[in-house]
Design a protein around this ligand. Structure first.
Ligand code: PMP
Length: 353
């Protein structure tokens, strides 16, 4: 392979998504989906849209959904951007806002899509090591940069950066765009959306894939002041990216209207997380504090790859990352109560055999 070509290939190292197995009777705790179905109101809205309007093209601006998000979060319509999953929103954010003559800062252990986008869009990055306890230490971000991005809670650790610290970061770098990727914020964190009106350098990204059980629909959004949102719209339109389809707009809009269901689902996931964390601790695992719908844990005496393989033999799949510092951890998505119990039963058997 020529040097030119190998450089291109290195730059385009693709993201490896979590497995979506063909076998259906597995206890699937590997990709942080919600174990509960979407609200019945969502299913009804999709059903209605299918019958009434599927022959029509979608609204290129997804205005109904943007309005629902704006109303829900008390924002103006021009402060909301929507995309096909937050991965598409992130891709456009990297293209529109994060290419700079100074490096983009993000934690060394974080969502593995960020390095992929940096490679794809030729963005220089500086990785800031997490603290000993895996938390983000904002003092370490006091350095020249062309933007900052991090998930809050972080992935795959689940650790939360308090809102006061997010605000300090915004004040530390008023000239930099600070992107807070809140894919998991509804499971115990306080969203930075409340800071949007005060900080023109803040962009918050959320998804309907996790807390609203709609991973299959592909809906994510960004909120920020109108200038940042306008930049995203310009890039999306320049690339002639696809608008959200009619079913996505109808389902996602309905999801924001059923707040009681959303709160109830989040509470159930949080309760299961706390109970699973305590069961794993009793089994000897070191469990990082999680504010997400997954747990990141390691067993001091057992190899993580072997544990994952033994669980898999019993039809339970969890996620393992072959990366420095975290290769002895397992990331376990929170399932239903029954799924969590099945996991604990199997782990108990493995550890005592
Ligand atoms: N951000 C983080 C931190 C994630 O873990 C994920 C899910 N893998 C996403 C964004 C993307 O989610 P989606 O594209 O389903 O909205």
């Amino acid at each position: 392979m020529s040097q030119f070509w190998s450089e291109v290939v290195n730059r385009l190292t693709p993201y490896v998504p979590g497995e979506q197995p063909k076998i259906t009777n597995l206890v699937k705790l590997n990709t942080n989906e919600n174990p509960y179905p979407p609200s019945p109101a969502v299913l009804e809205a999709i059903h209605h849209e299918t019958h009434a309007n599927l022959r029509l093209y979608p609204d290129p601006n997804s205005s109904r959904l943007k309005q629902a998000i704006a109303d829900y979060h008390q924002l103006n319509l021009d402060q909301v951007f929507v995309g096909n999953g937050s991965d598409e929103v992130l891709a456009l954010v990297f293209q529109a806002l994060l290419k700079h003559d100074k490096p983009l800062l993000y934690p060394d252990i974080t969502y593995s899509f960020y390095p992929v986008y940096c490679g794809l869009y030729d963005i220089e990055a500086e990785l800031i090591p997490l603290a000993e306890d895996f938390s983000i230490r904002i003092e370490d971000y006091r350095r020249p940069n062309g933007g900052i991005i991090f998930p809050n809670p972080n992935a795959p650790t689940g650790c939360l950066l308090p809102l006061t610290a997010v605000e300090q970061l915004l004040q530390m770098h008023p000239e930099s765009v600070v992107v807070v990727d809140e894919a998991y914020i509804d499971f115990g964190g306080e969203s930075a959306i409340s800071l949007v009106s005060q900080y023109p350098n803040l962009l918050v990204i959320q998804t309907l894939s996790k807390s609203r059980s709609l991973a299959g629909l592909r809906v994510g959004f960004a909120v920020g002041q109108a200038d940042l949102i306008d930049a995203l719209e310009r890039v999306k339109n320049s690339f002639n990216s696809y608008p959200l389809d009619r079913l996505a707009v109808a389902g996602a809009t309905a999801a924001f209207a059923d707040d009681a269901y959303f709160r109830d689902t989040c509470s159930k996931v949080i309760a299961s997380r706390e109970s699973l964390a305590s069961s794993l601790t009793q089994l000897g695992f070191e469990v990082l504090p999680s504010a997400a719908n997954f747990i990141f844990a390691r067993h001091p005496q057992r190899d993580a790859v072997q544990l994952a393989a033994s669980l898999r033999e019993k039809g339970i799949i969890v996620r393992h990352f072959k990366l420095p510092r975290i290769d002895q951890f397992l990331r376990i998505s929170i399932g239903t109560e029954e799924e969590c119990s099945a996991l604990v039963t199997e782990l108990t058997r493995i550890l005592h055999s």
